[in-house]
Design a protein around this ligand. Structure first.
Ligand SMILES: Cc1cc2nc3c(=O)[nH]c(=O)nc-3n(C[C@H](O)[C@H](O)[C@H](O)COP(=O)(O)OP(=O)(O)OC[C@H]3O[C@@H](n4cnc5c(N)ncnc54)[C@H](O)[C@@H]3O)c2cc1C
Length: 420
């Protein structure tokens, strides 16, 4: 019987950090290795943190902090290309009241800081540690680091690769791994601090507690994130090639003014994307290609090494679920290990069986949403402008949200609260 008493997590993104917290609470000896020196690559931006991400974080002890960190959405609105409101729905606020947790915007760096604090106390967080090799045998796994002169190899019972879409771990354990798939869509993603001082951004887009969307040659969306006046906007657009980045960077700061100008010509001059881009600091404007991974149907582990988050099910961002799924993975993996008294093989089998269908559905739905949002077909355009608002206002939406964001969230039922 192979029992895990020690575990190494590779990658200090939202998935790896959540897992480290959950495993420590279950009594395992944990070390987390992150290649960046202090700062995760995606932490300059925001994210939509949904009830199914917040409930598991509350479950492992972050209930008060998570509620302070999230800017809740009470309203959804669809605007047209001139920034005028076409449709609104109060349903987001209604879900929040029912779940006790609102869909909302959070600042990645604040979420990372919240998750890091207990790990720093535990002294299990190791930055500037890039894992380059893993070797497993009957008794354990040996990890080696890039800076091998100063960083000695580490030996543990169990390894979890939470190292993102360009995962090193996935390539080590599955020799035939296809590279991530480019969706032929790129995104400009901007963060604006002190939105209330930005008088050039119209009051419609900058409204508090509101998620705003607009469809033209792709999706434009914006919302407030966190509770100190930060505001994010993003717009996706079709492109034959992704922007150039170094081989292992997912995000890049915009250094291609020509591409930004070309992108802006896709929108009429009255579209809020122009006002947003004009006041976004160059350092706060990110540009990258959108990739996803084909779902693995041959398991997410080999022996003592398994995968979590984007390393096994990287998704496009349209459903806003990538980080939320990584958080769910972390809770499920921990509960499977606990249930099987830390026996590795049955716990990892059960983890995969529990997570496969749910994460595949999210990856597939996000891909279809991307195709739908970008389609130039005139019928789909009518559906986007008229049926989508009806759906956002419908009872069907409440039912879908209840199933996906609450019932299927992998936290024990008695812990979840819902008002009838
Ligand atoms: C434009 C965009 C918007 C998004 N918006 C949302 C949203 O609103 N809501 C949402 O839920 N999700 C969103 N996502 C998805 C979300 O960001 C990811 O799904 C999530 O960050 C995945 O977390 P992770 O921990 O699996 O991987 P990552 O966050 O990618 O973390 C991987 C970590 O591993 C480290 N690493 C990599 N290789 C090594 C190595 N060899 N050794 C040591 N460390 C290593 C990296 O430096 C990184 O810190 C969005 C994604 C994009 C692209």
């Amino acid at each position: 019987m192979t029992i895990a008493r020690s575990a190494a997590i590779i990658g200090g993104g939202i998935g790896g950090l959540t897992l480290a917290n959950a495993l420590i609470r279950s009594g395992l000896s944990v070390s987390l290795y992150e290649r960046a020196s202090h700062y995760t690559p995606t932490s300059g931006a925001a994210l939509g943190l949904q009830p199914n991400g917040q409930i598991p974080l509350a479950y492992i002890g972050f209930k008060d902090s998570i509620q302070k960190l999230v800017h809740p959405f009470y309203h959804w609105q669809l605007i047209d290309e001139h920034g005028k409101v076409r449709s609104t729905s109060p349903r987001l606020g209604e879900y929040g009241q029912r779940f006790g947790y609102y869909v909302g915007g959070a600042i990645r760096a604040e979420l990372v800081d919240m998750l890091k604090a207990p790990l720093e106390q535990n002294q299990c967080l190791h930055y500037s540690h890039k894992v380059i090799d893993l070797q497993q045998d009957a008794h354990g796994v040996t990890l080696s680091f890039e800076n091998h002169h100063e960083q000695k190899p580490v030996r543990v019972d169990l390894v979890i690769g939470a190292d993102g879409i360009h995962s090193t771990v996935v390539k080590k354990i599955f020799s035939a791994t296809e590279p991530p798939i480019y969706s032929k869509e790129n995104i400009f993603y901007g963060m604006i601090d002190n939105i209330d001082e930005q008088t050039s951004i119209g009051p419609i887009a900058a409204q508090k507690n509101t998620l705003t969307q607009c469809f033209s040659s792709g999706e434009f969306l914006c919302y407030r994130a966190g509770n100190q006046g930060q505001f994010m906007w993003a717009a996706t657009y079709p492109s034959d090639t992704p922007p150039l980045t170094s081989s292992d960077a997912e995000w890049t700061h915009t250094n291609n003014q020509r591409e930004l100008n070309r992108f802006l010509t896709l929108f009429p001059s009255t579209h809020p994307v122009h006002q947003c881009a004009a006041v976004t600091d160059q350092q706060r404007l990110l540009h990258f290609g959108l990739f996803y991974r084909k779902h693995r149907s041959d398991g997410w582990h080999r022996g003592r090494i398994c995968l979590l988050g984007d390393a096994c099910h990287a998704t496009l961002p349209y459903a806003g679920q990538g980080a939320n799924m990584a958080i769910e993975d972390a809770i499920t993996l921990t509960s499977c290990l606990e249930k099987h008294q830390f026996q590795i093989e049955p716990a990892l089998d059960e983890y995969y069986n529990k997570r496969f269908a749910r994460t595949k559905r999210v990856v597939d739905i996000s891909r279809y949403m991307g195709l739908f949002f970008h389609s130039q077909n005139s019928l789909l355009h009518v559906i986007r402008q008229s049926l989508y608002p009806k759906l956002m206002n419908s009872n069907a939406m409440i039912k879908i949200a209840e199933k996906e964001l609450f019932e299927n969230c992998p936290v024990p039922m008695e812990y979840k609260k819902i008002k009838t």
